[in-house]
Design a binder for this molecule. Structure first.
Ligand SMILES: [Zn+2]
Length: 440
């Protein structure tokens, strides 16, 4: 349920009153309630980061490129000035450690990625990266020591396969080290350039209890929030994906001499199946999506009835069982259609990415903090992949979405307003403080 929007002014006033109140008169509220991020500094840094780009429009900052390296140096300098301990791990992730008061507590991690796709935007990954940096800066200004240490992270090569986050989760395989990335370097060469070393895959891995939680702020990259004018998306999880190759066998024959009622047309069968895929996904209650995005027709001539067609089928949902349920319905319908038309159909799975639910406690805190900040919020799945999905294998994760103007992403037209960026960073800050002081 969307929460009603209220004015942020109350909060600003509350923080002024707090700042002017002598220590002994301050209420016993948790410290975090009076803190807010510095919107000007946050948005200036977001603009400054956008300068590290090889394209004039939007941002091109390919993983492992000169621009990636230069932006990391710029960030390292800021992180040093904040008094954090900066390092690069074996996966090439840039890390900054801020101690907490409880030496036995594993860190709460905050961060995102700064690499982009070619001709990408200046917000994807970057809002979350600068948001997490601003949280550190705000805590530093307030000289606030959290109970848990805080670990800031910039993940390596998110756009090219979430290499950095998958490395700490032990998901990177030796064979992918030779994959040539958009920068022209292989994953192994690129990681080395950032200061990592993925030939030591086993050492790049972290232990499951080494983090208390991970929080990531990110742009939605879709238009749910923008179209419904809601401030914050409380991410329920990153959807799982399954993909199949659908093969339809008919009989290729002369398009002029074969009567209409004597045909075994593999393409007509495919067309009806594709329509059924769309209908089932549309009419089943829930937020699953199903797509046919690629098709090949054989022999592919205007005067030959198609004898052989292959096409892709992709289904996404937050629950893997739901994906399987939708698939079973599609499969049954596909077989019925093929039999009716004298053709044969087979469906063979070739890809699977497990769904990564966020942590229920973290979701509740994010939602409550939105309410306290007077921001409207809605619970929603993430249809796109994120580093949080790898970290979910190690620790409870929480994700905060801010709106993407017109739902545009991976484009120079990507846009989130300074106010929206600030709102997201404040939710990140408040969530961190509440988790640190009350929940974890
Ligand atoms: Zn991203």
């Amino acid at each position: 349920m969307p929460v009603k929007r209220r004015d942020l002014g109350n909060y600003a006033l509350a923080s002024v009153v707090f700042a002017l109140t002598p220590n002994f008169l301050r209420s016993p509220f948790p410290f975090g309630q009076a803190l807010l991020v510095d919107s000007g500094r946050l948005n200036r840094r977001l603009s400054a980061l956008a300068q590290f780009s090889s394209s004039a429009d939007g941002t091109t900052r390919l993983a492992y490129s000169d621009e990636d390296l230069a932006a990391r140096e710029w960030l390292t300098d800021i992180l040093h000035k904040l008094g954090t301990e900066v390092s690069v791990d074996l996966g090439g992730n840039l890390l900054a450690y801020r101690p907490g008061s409880d030496p036995s507590a594993p860190p709460i991690m905050l961060g995102s990625h700064i690499d982009s796709v070619p001709a990408g935007g200046s917000f994807d990954g970057q809002v979350g990266s600068m948001g997490a940096l601003e949280v550190l800066a705000t805590l530093s200004d307030a000289k606030h020591m959290t109970r848990h240490p805080i670990e800031f992270v910039i993940w390596a090569n998110e756009e090219g396969g979430k290499t950095g986050s998958r490395a700490i989760a032990g998901e990177v395989t030796e064979t992918e080290l030779d994959i040539v990335t958009a920068s022209g370097l292989t994953i192994e060469e690129g990681t080395r350039r950032l200061g990592g070393d993925l030939t030591r895959l086993a050492d790049a891995r972290r232990q499951p209890n080494s983090l208390t939680a991970y929080l990531e702020l990110h742009i939605e990259q879709g238009f749910v929030l923008d179209r419904s004018n809601i401030d914050i998306g409380v991410v329920e999880g990153i959807v799982g994906i399954k993909r199949w190759t659908v093969t339809v066998n008919g009989f290729a024959n002369h398009a002029g001499t074969t009567p209409m009622d004597q045909r075994q047309d593999a393409l007509v069968t495919s067309a009806r199946i594709i329509d059924v895929v769309n209908q089932i996904a549309l009419e089943t209650p829930g937020r699953q999506v199903a797509t046919v995005g690629r098709i090949e027709i054989d022999p592919g001539a205007p005067n030959v009835i198609p004898g052989h067609v292959t096409f892709s089928l992709e289904i996404r949902d937050l629950e893997m069982v739901k994906i399987d349920l939708i698939f079973k319905q599609i499969q049954a319908e596909a077989e019925r259609i093929a039999t009716d038309l004298g053709t044969e159909v087979t469906l063979e799975q070739f890809y699977e990415s497990r769904a990564a639910p966020t942590d229920q406690r973290l979701r509740n805190v994010i939602e409550a903090e939105c309410g306290r900040l007077g921001l409207s919020s809605i619970r929603m799945p993430s249809g796109a992949g994120h580093d949080a999905q790898s970290v979910a294998l190690l620790a409870p994760v929480g994700m905060i979405f801010v709106p993407s103007h017109d739902g545009i992403s991976h484009s120079p037209l990507e846009f989130t307003s300074p106010e929206q960026v600030t709102a997201g960073a404040n939710v990140l800050l408040k969530t961190l403080l509440t988790l640190d002081e009350e929940i974890l």
